[in-house]
Design a protein around this ligand. Structure first.
Ligand SMILES: O=C(O)CCC(=O)C(=O)O
Ligand SMILES: [Fe+2]
Length: 523
């Protein structure tokens, strides 16, 4: 079952909304500045009046006749009876109400808890997929590439606490340690609620305790107490811990009954090949590149550069399928219409957040004849793959978000049995890459040890079904987490029904004389 996801803004699901977010942040900063101006205006009025009051006092105290005159006496009584009440009213008057209500009006558009969870979970999975250390990420070293930016301790601590909630103690500890080491820029957040060192060491102690590392926990608590010797809560926890260490010495560590998550589950979903550094070599050792001029008459004039990545299943890259102008047009047309990508809901009772995390992108659908660009693209693709474009699904334009990914999956929707009952399925997949992705974001086939990195203008094409119409399990594929960049892809699925003459049912693709579609390149 395919459902459109909820229509709320999901900031982490696509990077197309990042400029809106930046603009909002800018507006709110200007608003805060206005608020500060109003506060200083109030303080200035108060200071000016104090100055006048002090001057008056000096005159009075210098005068010997003061308080003898009825005018002075009257004036002092009037002043003290009325003016201080007026000051009270002035002091109580709220400053910057307009600015406060402006902030209130923007609250609904600010990122929500789920946006933070999405973002934090994205970082966690990116870290797992590329086997990065928290301290490296915090210092701007991403999968071997050093960037001129880093994360502050508030950010690291927030990640650590998020991971504690997920009971992922090991990487939670990494992030808390990174937070302790992070150089703190004096941003407004540090000023408002900067994490105190004692607090961070206390959390470090707690995380170590959860991992039954009692000595490490004690050490962390001792440092916490050094920073904050009078904190009674930290002291009590420290004492409890000391007792526990005493009773546990020499005994086996107790296994926690709850399942504690570590990151081995991640490496199953996202194997290390996302980086392109596969442990096992791919089947085709050589590079096979051909000019395809055989699947359409027009290609004799303009052959398509085609790289063959795998024979069975048949996987190829088509080069120069989209021009930079067409790519820009598709992206700019789509930008305002993207919604969180539809997801296959496996468990309807689970909350939305849980069901949607394996595909973190936004997308929009277009018919073949949506625009001149899509019409041309359809014609070009039809020529390049030799299949009938009248039998295809709509185009889906996709943009990935922060560490955006599509976990390992198959594109076909049916079981072999249902498919042979006559229900339509996805014979082949085409993924057009609209952008280069500076780091990460490859399309990875675990069964084939092939990682394809997006190259603007190229298209990845493969058959999901073998020549007999059965599932090809080796077409399992992953949209690897984006590390840096904005990954735009356009997908196009070709239906099995309607291709009977272009891709007839044959015993195997080596029965070459029957091949009509792009597979005939391997002849
Ligand atoms: O973005 C990718 O690399 C994979 C996308 C994909 O598998 C899909 O859209 O079905
Ligand atoms: Fe897919």
């Amino acid at each position: 079952q395919i459902l459109e996801d909820d229509h709320t803004q999901r900031y982490s699901r696509s990077v197309v909304n990042m400029d809106d977010l930046l603009k909002l942040d800018d507006d709110l900063a200007i608003n805060l500045e206005k608020y500060a101006d109003r506060l200083s205006q109030k303080a200035k009025t108060i200071r000016r009046s104090i100055h006048e009051m002090k001057e008056r006092h000096q005159i009075y105290s210098a005068s010997t006749k003061f308080l003898v005159s009825p005018f002075d006496t009257f004036s002092l009584i009037r002043h003290m009876q009325a003016d201080w009440l007026m000051w009270q009213v002035f002091m109580e008057k709220t400053v910057g109400e307009d600015e406060l209500s402006y902030l209130e009006s923007k609250k609904s558009t600010l990122p929500k808890d789920h946006d933070f969870y999405d973002a934090a979970d994205g970082i966690r999975r990116m870290q797992g997929a590329y086997e990065m250390l928290a301290s490296d990420i915090a210092n701007g070293l991403l999968d071997g590439v050093q960037y001129n930016s880093s994360l502050g301790s508030v950010d690291c601590l927030a990640l650590g606490q998020f991971l504690i909630k997920q009971r992922r103690w090991m990487i939670a500890e990494q992030w808390i340690l990174a937070g302790i080491k992070a150089k703190d820029p004096q941003t407004e957040m540090e000023l408002l609620r900067g994490p105190k060192k004692a607090y961070m060491y206390r959390i470090l102690g707690q995380v170590r305790m959860e991992q039954k590392n009692l000595e490490g926990a004690l050490e962390a608590y001792q440092v916490a107490l050094k920073y904050s010797p009078h904190d009674s809560e930290i002291f009590q926890e420290y004492q409890l811990l000391e007792k526990e260490t005493f009773t546990l010495t020499g005994t086996e560590p107790i296994e926690d009954e709850d399942k504690n998550l570590d990151d081995s589950d991640e490496s199953i979903n996202l194997p290390p090949c996302c980086s392109g550094r596969c442990e096992v070599p791919r089947k085709l050792k050589r590079l096979y590149c051909v000019y395809n001029h055989v699947t359409a008459p027009f290609l004799r004039l303009a052959p398509i550069k085609t790289e063959i990545l795998s024979i069975d299943p048949f996987v190829i890259i088509l080069y120069d399928m989209i021009s930079p102008e067409e790519s820009t047009l598709i992206r700019s047309t789509s930008k305002g219409h993207m919604l969180p990508s539809a997801t296959v809901v496996v468990d309807q009772t689970a909350d939305d957040y849980n069901t949607a995390t394996y595909r973190t992108s936004k997308s929009v659908w277009y018919d073949n004849d949506f625009s001149e660009t899509t019409l041309k693209l359809t014609e070009r693709l039809g020529d390049a793959i030799g299949l009938d474009m009248n039998y295809t699904e709509m185009y889906q334009v996709i943009n990935y978000g922060l560490a955006g990914l599509f976990q390992t999956h198959l594109d076909m929707l049916l079981s072999d049995k249902t498919r042979f009952n006559g229900t339509q399925d996805r014979l082949a997949t085409t993924l057009f890459y609209l952008t280069d992705v500076p780091q990460g974001g490859g399309t990875y086939f675990p069964g084939l040890n092939i990682t394809v990195f997006p190259k603007a203008g190229s298209a990845l094409f493969w058959y999901n079904l073998d020549t007999k119409g059965n599932d090809h399990m080796d077409t399992l594929h992953t949209g690897c987490p984006v590390i840096v960049g904005s990954k735009w892809v356009v997908s196009k699925w070709v239906d099995d029904q309607g291709q009977e003459f272009r891709r007839p049912c044959i015993a195997s693709s080596s029965t070459t004389k029957h091949l009509v579609s792009v597979e005939k390149l391997i002849v």
